[in-house]
Design a protein around this ligand. Sequence first.
Ligand code: UT7
Length: 333
Amino acid sequence: MSIRTVITGTGRYLPPKVVSNFDLEKIMNTTDDWIVQRSGIRTRRYAEDGVGSMTLGLEAAKAALEDARCAPADIDFIVAATLSPDHYFPGIGVEIQAALGCGPIGALDVRAQCSGFIYALSVADQFIRAGTYKKILVVASEVQSHNLDYSDAGRDMAVLFGDGAGAVVCEPSTDGSGHALLSTHLFGDGRFSKILSLDVPSSKKNPTYTPEIFDQKLYYPRMDGKRVFINAVERMPEAVRTALTANGLTIDDVRWLIPHQANDRISLMVAQNLKIPVEKVVRNIEKYGNTTAASIPIALDETVKAGLLKADDIVILTAFGSGFTWASAALRW
Ligand code: UT7
């Protein structure tokens, strides 16, 4: 039998500081009503000053390794996904490798924003099925709260995002046992790169930092929320259908759909488009907001740890975000 990737452990870490919509009302021009109606979010977690995505990712990684009964020394490759690394370079993959105390193994960062976890999973899947590596840590981690514009100009984004991390351990299986990754499907369209982006620092600028950057607050991310919304509710169902077709499945075969938690209205519209009962859609954005690349592995780990995944359940993951990038993955648990 050919090699198939299986998920042998999952983990998550959310920083302890809970920030409610009412807390945001005190620091910016917004209301709990607006945020709940437009996004479904009630609270999110914020990392403390001095804590970056490496630290959150490390904690999620430790939880996934423990779940997989795997020591750091056993890991032979790391794929990290983040748009909010501790440093412009290097990425967090190598920093997590060092902090875990792994050997001098390869570690890379994937930059696919909200689709980052599925992209990272896909990279791991290729290495496992090629026989190159036997235990790969895939970790997605984000700290966005430290660089959001809490003024009126950025409030549409500021209320959406939260911090957090999720991780999985991937290994090969040749006997058909285990929680199988059936396929991954990756898409992108860079013509829309400016619709959701953070433009500074930029290698185009010489010098990189100018007074204009600070005057115009170009160091904050910006998005055209409506265009992101419209594309997300089209592309995610398309990606799900691609995953179903690739595996000879129909939507009725799906036990759980885990969409990237971008906005609860987006998740509900994706469900409606696919004609999947909303009870089969994992939705935790109310608690954590949009944690970018981390949202899917956090939701997956919560679903697993709540005992909601049974043997042979079909689980479909799908994401959409900046780039634009979008993606899907099919699992048979
Ligand atoms: O992970 C992928 C990343 N991003 C996304 O998935 C985001 C996708 N987009 C969205 O989720 C929605 O577009 C938003 C939640 C960002 C915005 O919802 P919307 O229904 O598209 O609202 P809008 O941008 O059309 O804004 C409506 C009004 C505006 O006021 P006026 O011009 O009608 O007077 C905004 O200025 O709401 C105002 N507004 C706010 N009001 C209170 C925007 N942000 C806020 C806010 N609090 N935080």
